[in-house]
Design a protein around this ligand. Structure first.
Ligand code: PMP
Length: 442
């Protein structure tokens, strides 16, 4: 029943939201077609509750931050304490900020110095600004299927229609054509395309920015040789290599994908899982690049932000980090992730549904298409064009009827947290079988 006809408190709140909040939500992709009155009233561990009294086991996980689970008590306590004792001064520095930067520099191979922002978009924005400041060059290279936030230079070619792949496909109007023209879009995992772009434009390329695992289209696992090519070509041309580890950082490894792959970028952006849901992100990297930022007057690149280093979110990051270091979080989420991928693969085999289940560690996604296996997964955005989007979205809609939540939007990945249990996975497997059956019958 739609909100207009229904007088439940949830429907009324959703209707009020649509009157004062454009689209009724505060960020793109929170409004889900077919789930009109999703008013969230509480979260705890692996679950969330809605105003109409439903409870869901959550595999969406707010697009990735709560690796420990929602409202982790240790993180919540640290956040509250900092709020009580420190508030936010906006002058000088606090001990927590120093402690956090020191730990990130110790853990992440590329990070010698680090600045905090509130969002991942700000971190990638500043990465590109400082790359241009350092090189005096114009062009940025990004890859089809990667998302790096909402700002103009990178707001293109994420989930593109087939006819838009290979050209410029902005995700918004209102972007100056000359800004779009300064971003080259290349296919992910295609070393030859990278070499030829550098052969043609190398001396104009300020930066290459990449999600080392493009998780904004589910999961495209990188060829090791591709990441090495990015490192070689940027080094040869004197361009800056940026790994956007907003999703992969902490979730896959405390040292990020760069530690897993052994390929060290010049700059790294972090966010999401570093603070389990508190709004904090970071840009770190080579000291000579980071020192270009004008936190001291007169330096070439300007950097500021009223809420940067806010004590409450820094405390959340420190508490998250402590727990990730002290408890077997990665072991737990990786074991459940392996189990989900293995057992979903067996399920689709048994059902005779052409599908490939892929991902890494705590991240999983099923693409509904033939021709791929977990050992030979899709590697480029073009591969994903074969995915059956209506089955992908359809089974996730039916999952909600079983109290299970994976975001019902095409190509979105799902996440496992430390709060999920084997019993949650049992229910996910049972629910998926029923939901896929129902979606196929439509
Ligand atoms: N980079 C990546 C890889 C992301 O996934 C996101 C957010 N989904 C961002 C940057 C932007 O982060 P934020 O939404 O915090 O601005």
């Amino acid at each position: 029943m739609s909100a207009e006809q229904d007088g439940t408190p949830a429907a009324r709140l959703a209707r009020r939201a649509r009157q004062v909040v454009p689209g009724g939500v505060n960020s793109g992709q929170r409004s889900i077609p077919g789930l009109t009155d999703l008013v969230v009233t509480g979260t705890a561990g692996a679950r969330f509750r809605t105003a109409d009294g439903r409870e869901f086991t959550d595999f969406h996980a707010a697009f990735g931050p709560p690796l420990l689970g929602h409202n982790d008590p240790d993180v919540a306590r640290a956040t509250e304490e900092a709020g009580r004792s420190l508030g936010h001064m906006g002058v000088g520095i606090t001990e927590g900020e120093v402690h956090l930067a020191e730990q990130l520099a110790e853990l992440i191979p590329s990070v010698e110095k680090l600045l905090l922002t509130s969002t991942g978009s700000e971190a990638t924005f500043h990465a590109l600004r400082v790359a241009r400041a350092a090189t005096g060059r114009r062009l940025i290279v990004k890859f089809q299927g990667c998302y790096h936030g909402w700002h103009d230079a990178v707001s293109l070619n994420v989930i593109s229609a087939p006819e838009k792949v290979g050209g410029h496909d902005p995700i918004s109007t209102g972007i100056l054509p000359e800004v779009l023209a300064a971003t080259l879009v290349l296919p992910f995992n295609d070393s030859e395309a990278v070499r030829s772009a550098f052969a043609e434009h190398g001396q104009d390329i300020a930066a290459v920015i990449v999600e080392p695992v493009p998780h904004n289209v589910g999961a495209l696992l990188p060829h090791q040789e591709f990441l090495r090519t990015l490192r070689e070509e940027t080094t040869k041309a004197g361009s800056v290599l940026v790994f956007d580890e907003v999703i992969t950082g902490f979730r896959h490894d405390l040292g990020g994908w760069q530690r897993i792959s052994g390929v060290t970028p010049d700059l790294t952006t972090l966010g999401k899982a570093i603070a389990n849901g508190a709004p904090v992100a970071a840009l770190g990297g080579r000291a000579d690049l980071m020192d270009l930022f004008s936190t001291t007057p007169g330096a070439p690149a300007f950097f500021a932000g009223t809420y940067n280093g806010h004590p409450s979110v820094v405390a959340a990051a420190l508490a998250t980090l402590r727990k990730l270091r002290e408890e077997p979080v990665h072991e737990h989420v990786f074991r459940l992730g392996d189990r989900v991928r293995r057992e979903l693969t067996a399920l689709y085999d048994r059902l005779g549904v052409p599908a490939v289940v892929t991902g890494y560690g705590s991240v999983f996604v099923t693409y509904f298409m033939p021709g791929f296996t977990p050992d030979a997964p899709p590697r480029t955005y073009r591969d994903l064009l074969a995915n059956d989007a209506s089955l992908f979205v359809g089974y996730r809609r039916h999952l909600t009827e079983h109290g299970l939540f994976e975001l019902p939007l095409n190509l979105k990945r799902s996440h496992i947290s430390y709060a999920h249990t084997d019993a949650d996975i049992d229910r996910l497997l049972e629910g998926t079988e029923a939901a896929v059956g129902a979606a196929l019958a439509e």
